[in-house]
Design a binder for this molecule. Structure first.
Ligand SMILES: Cc1cc2nc3c(=O)[nH]c(=O)nc-3n(C[C@H](O)[C@H](O)[C@H](O)COP(=O)(O)O)c2cc1C
Length: 176
């Protein structure tokens, strides 16, 4: 059985992106799912001086090893001031110091959501423009707007958006 990982690009304990990533993973049939949380991979703030003095922390290696041993990735990015959250960017930067192609060509369903009407589309576009240079293999992407209006009790309530995500989950599953 294929093994996928799902996580959110944020360290919020009540993350809406984690809720979306978890739901999206439930739509992928016939796979084992590992839901990850950035809070379980605490890292110092990346800095070249820290790296020279202490090396690359174990948690960056651990997360990268999990990516490499997975068959596919579901990632939902939080948008902070139009870009990645600090917690995600920090992990991303640390992993890139180990392997510049960190996404390792694993099929990826890349998403973003926010309480706003653009659904994190700005950070999603940034990631879509960047990940391809870093071993990214984005097979489907999904921006989910107005999270609080369209999601309830662990599910998408808006039929059109739900059907869109279901189709993307099938595309992702076929790519595994
Ligand atoms: C510092 C900060 C900046 C934010 N900037 C944006 C933004 O640029 N666009 C947006 O749609 N939401 C923005 N938000 C709201 C986030 O989308 C919202 O907090 C969301 O819950 C974050 O996702 P998470 O719950 O998965 O961490 C911002 C929130 C914070 C705390």
């Amino acid at each position: 059985m294929k093994n996928i990982i799902a996580f959110a690009g944020t360290n919020s304990k009540k993350s809406i992106n984690k809720k979306l990533a978890t739901y999206a993973s439930s739509l992928v049939e016939g796979v084992e799912v590992d839901i990850l949380d950035l809070n379980d991979f605490e890292l110092p703030l990346y800095g070249i001086d820290y790296e020279i003095d202490h090396g690359i922390p174990d948690n960056a290696h651990k997360f990268l090893d999990i990516i490499k041993s997975s068959d596919g990735i579901i990632l939902s990015l939080a948008e902070h001031n139009g870009v990645y959250s600090t917690a995600f960017k920090n992990l991303f930067d640390w992993m890139s110091r180990i392997d510049g192609k960190l996404w390792s060509e694993k099929p990826m369903l890349l998403m973003a959501t926010s309480p706003g009407g653009r659904g994190g589309a700005t950070v999603l576009d940034i990631a879509k423009g960047r990940f391809g240079y870093m071993g990214g293999n984005i097979v489907a992407d999904f921006s989910f707007p107005s999270f609080n209006d369209n999601f309830s009790e662990g599910k998408i309530t808006n039929e059109v958006l739900n059907s869109d995500l279901k189709n993307k989950a099938v595309t992702f599953q076929k790519a595994l």
